[in-house]
Design a protein around this ligand. Sequence first.
Ligand code: SF4
Length: 222
Amino acid sequence: MPRSYVHEARKRVGPKRARIRPIIERLERAHPDATIALRSESPLQLLVAVMLSAQTTDVNVNRVTPALFAKYKRPEDYLAVPREELERDIYATGFFRQKARSLRGTMKMLVEEFDGEVPRSIDELVRLPGVARKTANVVAAELGNPQGIVVDTHVRRLSQRLGLTRQEDPVKIERDLIKLVPREDWGRFPHLLIWHGRRVCIARRPLCEVCVINDLCPASRV
Ligand code: SF4
């Protein structure tokens, strides 16, 4: 897109600080069901589901976890079986060897250092083997203590299209969003962008004509 056109488009929609509130409010109305797609019923199940979701779809993880959670109820249960057995039980989520290693390392640390409980802070969560910042962010936010903003492929694409960031790197995008999005919305905001990205602002063919924020978006095609 030529620079002058981008500049014109940004001018047309106004500064991002003035747009962020209406963007959030309209997306909330458009996607009242926007929540995490991974199914879990406890902090431990949530942590496991998020760890398994790396490099695969949430649908795939949701197919595997009912049987997994019925069999492995406590951190100790993941350590009580041979590693190969756990690998078989999570095989369908892909990268099963690496994920089994991470799960066992995490469960060991939960037992030894956290009394078998899932910690709530990002600093503690990222100490768990195989738990990267993105996983920690998702878990902390779902447990009611968001300390950052999760940036996945949808959040990245929509933040750029909406002119909320000019960055490419997820860490830098998160930094921009943290400055812009009100703290009480840190947990919900990524879900709104993710669901809007799946349903409307699709990567290859954004449906700008039916988008509820097209007048607030410098990338709008209408
Ligand atoms: S107007 Fe188009 S590009 Fe902008 S958020 Fe909506 S669908 Fe995406």
